[in-house]
Design a protein around this ligand. Structure first.
Ligand code: C5P
Length: 219
């Protein structure tokens, strides 16, 4: 097939989804948030007390999980067994558990399969941790995003504050640092830059500047 895949990987809260949505809108591509899929699986595991050491429980859970995307204006809505969980998956109780769940082999196999299916025939922008390395190693364009950890924590804190008035900057900073550590050091598909990925450090860049930078590499 001759569809185009733009892969965006990078650390937590680097603005991957903001850039991916802007690119998708500009290019009329479909945006796929792979992190939302791991978050929805994590929510299901929490709700059903799935034991992360128990492969049988994990296999059964994965069989019972049905994820779907509904995109309105590139704001991704994800459903877990027909329930819209888009807001709940952003909460800290999910963020705290998502990295260990994402490190499980069978979880990754199931998610990667669905992600590859989504990118088979359509032009897409997908963001995550292993999109350019594992999911679409032959993606036509790859970006690897990074930014100062303090700047990232502040951005995420400001995003969460309106709906979580008790949240602290320290708590957000620690969650990001802990997730980055787990995501980069895990055995299964660790977060790493694909050799052919373009580095985008957005510590001092506006959203508009990032979009222009990315577009200049896509043409
Ligand atoms: O992108 P987001 O921060 O929503 O991702 C949440 C978590 O899901 C990450 O910290 C990582 O553990 C996991 N993830 C992953 N592979 C992806 C996308 C996300 O392991 N492709």
């Amino acid at each position: 097939s001759n569809n185009i895949v733009v892969a965006i990987d990078g650390y937590s809260s680097c603005g991957k989804s903001t850039l991916a949505k802007a690119l998708a809108k500009k290019l009329h591509f479909i945006y796929v948030d792979s992190g939302a899929m791991y978050r929805a699986v994590t929510l299901y595991f929490i709700r059903n007390n799935v034991d992360l050491q128990n492969n049988e429980q994990i296999a059964t859970a994965l069989k019972n999980i049905h994820l779907n995307f509904h995109s309105r204006d590139y704001q991704t809505h994800i459903t877990l067994n027909d329930e819209d969980v888009s807001d709940e998956i952003r909460q800290m109780h999910v963020a705290d558990k998502v990295s260990p769940v994402s490190a499980i082999h069978d979880v990754r196999v199931a998610m990667v399969k669905q992600q590859q299916r989504l990118g088979k025939s359509k032009n897409i922008v997908m963001d995550g941790r292993d999109i350019g390395t594992v999911v679409f190693p032959h993606a036509q364009v790859k970006f690897f995003m990074t930014a100062d950890p303090k700047v990232r924590a502040e951005r995420r804190y400001n995003e969460l504050l309106p709906t979580n008035p008790n949240i602290t900057l320290e708590e957000v900073f620690d969650n990001l640092a802990h997730r980055d550590y787990q995501d980069t050091t895990r055995k299964e598909s660790p977060l790493t830059r694909a050799e052919d990925a373009i580095i985008l450090d957005n510590t001092d860049l506006s959203q508009e500047e990032q979009l222009l930078f990315a577009l200049s590499h896509i043409e």
